[in-house]
Write a protein that binds this ligand. Structure first.
Ligand code: PHE
Length: 339
């Protein structure tokens, strides 16, 4: 039996050597020689027939041979799997020093950015926000703002009409009416929005944006108007910005004013942008007209208020030094990416 055992072990060793790099073949050999019905289990059965004093040594010899073969197979399979893993790792190697792929992120349009910045300043002063429709009634856009049908002031604003009494709002001032009709004083509101006029050149677009603001309470004065607007302009354009107020005319305010700032480009020396004057017109404002209060049912003996309207594109152009309004609406990424 000892000789047959050695012969079988040799045979198995050779077979294992021949299959050294083939995992499936090794597993088959393992089953064939070492499995429960494998060739070595035949020897174990023979043990019973041996004389008792030989049994132990023979059993040990069988087990040693089996263990040797088992170890040999395990080492070879371990080697094969190790090489597979290495190959896989080599193939999937990542260069962690490569720059990442950035997602192209969109951004707010410069006009919207400026609009938000304007809102932030007025939020800081305790103003609430309100909005109104872009398709507006003639009565809100004009009549309740003290601009009757035959009023010459209508010609200041070239209007897109939808029908005889429906139009695209030419300014955000109708939001004043809508808010005051629904809320008693005190009110402190800003109303940002899109407005439309039949106008188109280097400094005019048929669609543009305004921020309206107004404040109504007992005892609101022109001094309050000046303080709020001067503070806004200096917050926005810089603390040392020169600000001045000039008399002007709007049908819905009395007295009316326009505010100018020192030219941001030439600092007042006079240039192309300020047309040599050293000043830039920046907003319209005034004390809300008694007729406007009457149309919304406010008592003008008891309350007073101021209102203002500013053009967002104009402010964006001054802030960023843009010299053609149309750039803002062409949606050219090379332009938009600069903000
Ligand atoms: N609505 C005016 C305009 O569009 C601006 C303005 C608003 C003036 C409020 C005075 C008060 O020109």
């Amino acid at each position: 039996m000892k000789e047959r055992l050695e012969l079988l072990a040799k045979e198995a060793e050779r077979a294992i050597e021949a299959a050294a790099s083939d995992k499936d073949a090794l597993l088959q050999l393992k089953a064939r020689y070492l499995g429960r019905k494998g060739e070595f289990s035949g020897f174990l059965k023979e043990l019973a027939a041996l004389p008792a004093e030989d049994r132990k040594a023979a059993g040990e010899a069988i087990n040693q041979a089996k263990t040797r073969l088992e170890d040999a197979i395990a080492i070879l399979i371990g080697g094969i799997e190790g090489r597979w893993k290495e190959a896989a790792l080599a193939k999937e190697r990542l260069d962690v020093t490569l720059p990442g792929r950035t997602m192209p992120l969109g951004k707010r349009h410069p006009v919207m950015q400026v609009m938000e910045e304007i809102q932030e300043v007025f939020f800081g002063l305790g103003f609430d926000i309100a909005e109104g429709p872009e398709i507006e009634l003639d009565s809100y856009n004009f009549e309740k703002l003290n601009i009757p049908k035959d009023h010459p002031a209508r010609e200041m604003q070239d209007t897109f009409y939808v029908s005889s009494d429906v139009l695209l709002r030419t300014h955000t001032s109708p939001v004043q009416i809508r808010v005051m009709e629904n809320k008693r004083p005190p009110v402190r509101v800003i109303a940002p929005g899109t407005v439309f006029r039949r106008d188109s050149d280097v400094t005019h677009s048929p669609m543009f944006h305004q921020v309206e603001g107004f404040m109504v309470d007992k005892g609101v004065s022109f001094a309050n108007l000046k303080a709020v607007l001067a503070d806004f302009l200096r917050t926005f354009f810089g603390r040392d910005t020169g600000v001045r107020f000039r008399p002007s005319f709007f049908p819905f305010t009395e007295p009316s004013a326009e505010a100018d700032i020192r030219c941001v480009l030439c600092k007042g020396a006079g240039c192309r942008v300020c047309k040599g004057s050293g000043w830039l017109e920046i907003l319209g404002a005034g004390m809300i007209h008694p007729e406007v209060f009457r149309s919304v049912g406010y008592d003008y003996e008891e309350y007073s208020g101021f209102a203002f309207g500013l053009g967002v594109e104009r402010i964006a152009m001054l802030k960023y030094g843009i010299d053609d309004l149309r750039l803002l609406f062409e949606n050219d990424l090379r332009f938009l990416k600069q903000f």
